[in-house]
Write a protein that binds this ligand. Structure first.
Ligand SMILES: *[C@@H]1O[C@H](CO)[C@@H](O)[C@H](O)[C@H]1NC(C)=O
Ligand SMILES: *[C@@H]1O[C@H](CO)[C@@H](O)[C@H](O)[C@H]1NC(C)=O
Ligand SMILES: *[C@@H]1O[C@H](CO)[C@@H](O)[C@H](O)[C@H]1NC(C)=O
Ligand SMILES: *[C@@H]1O[C@H](CO)[C@@H](O)[C@H](O)[C@H]1NC(C)=O
Length: 182
């Protein structure tokens, strides 16, 4: 626990340095996999991508939390594709309830900042009932991370009461558009 907190803090500091990125990039979803491991606590009704243009792909999710969740941790990892997905830079477990109260985990702030306008997952704990994400797409201007061009997967494993309940694994591509940026 202590170790995890230190890791969160160290990566947090690292990410707190804002990096200016070129907005001539393609930053879009390529795949979404959602799976519940405990249908009596979390059910997915929908978890789907919809391409609306070459550079814009919507992510829609609809799930239900059947009993209030007061203790929510998220195991977040990024993988980068190179002959299959390999662990890449981030592997942190953060306390989502604490974060929503105190905004103390910069990595989570970045991810959350990207999807907050598209969801009702925007309040403090407990969480119960419908959890909806509507037409969420990636906007490079909100990304405060430097990314090398490549294909990535953000794996988020949701842990309620210290037990894994469901996964949301979202893949995306990040391509610097060299022609436009000249
Ligand atoms: C999500 O990704 C993690 C890490 O690769 C993997 O262990 C897990 O099985 C994946 N979950 C699903 C539902 O594919
Ligand atoms: C599954 O969810 C129920 C609540 O609906 C909970 O009591 C139980 O502990 C959960 N099981 C696991 C293995 O997480
Ligand atoms: C989410 O799914 C449930 C169950 O299928 C449905 O009743 C509800 O209308 C859906 N909500 C949205 C916003 O799509
Ligand atoms: C949370 O999202 C709901 C639905 O989009 C919205 O009505 C509400 O104002 C939002 N609350 C906050 C604190 O942003």
């Amino acid at each position: 626990m202590r170790f995890q907190l230190i890791i969160c803090a160290v990566f947090g500091l690292f990410l707190a340095f804002r990096i200016t990125i070129n907005d001539a990039v393609i930053f879009k979803f390529t795949n979404a996999v959602c799976e519940s491991y405990n249908q009596s606590w979390f059910v997915f009704h929908n978890c789907r991508l919809k391409a609306v243009s070459r550079s814009k792909v919507f992510f829609n999710m609809n799930g239900t939390i059947l009993h209030p969740a007061n203790d929510i941790k998220i195991h977040m990892r990024i993988f980068k594709k190179a002959n299959g997905y390999k662990p890449w830079l981030f592997d942190v477990t953060c306390d989502a309830c604490l974060h929503l109260r105190k905004r103390n985990t910069p990595f989570l702030s970045i991810v959350y900042g990207l999807f907050k306008p598209y969801t009702n997952i925007n309040h403090t704990c407990p969480y119960v009932g419908p959890q909806i994400i509507t037409d969420f797409y990636l906007r490079p201007e909100l990304l405060r991370l430097p990314f090398p061009t490549g294909d990535y997967m953000l794996s988020m494993q949701w842990i309620f009461d210290k037990k894994l309940q469901f996964d949301t694994n979202i893949s995306f591509t990040y391509v610097e558009d060299l022609i436009k940026s000249k």
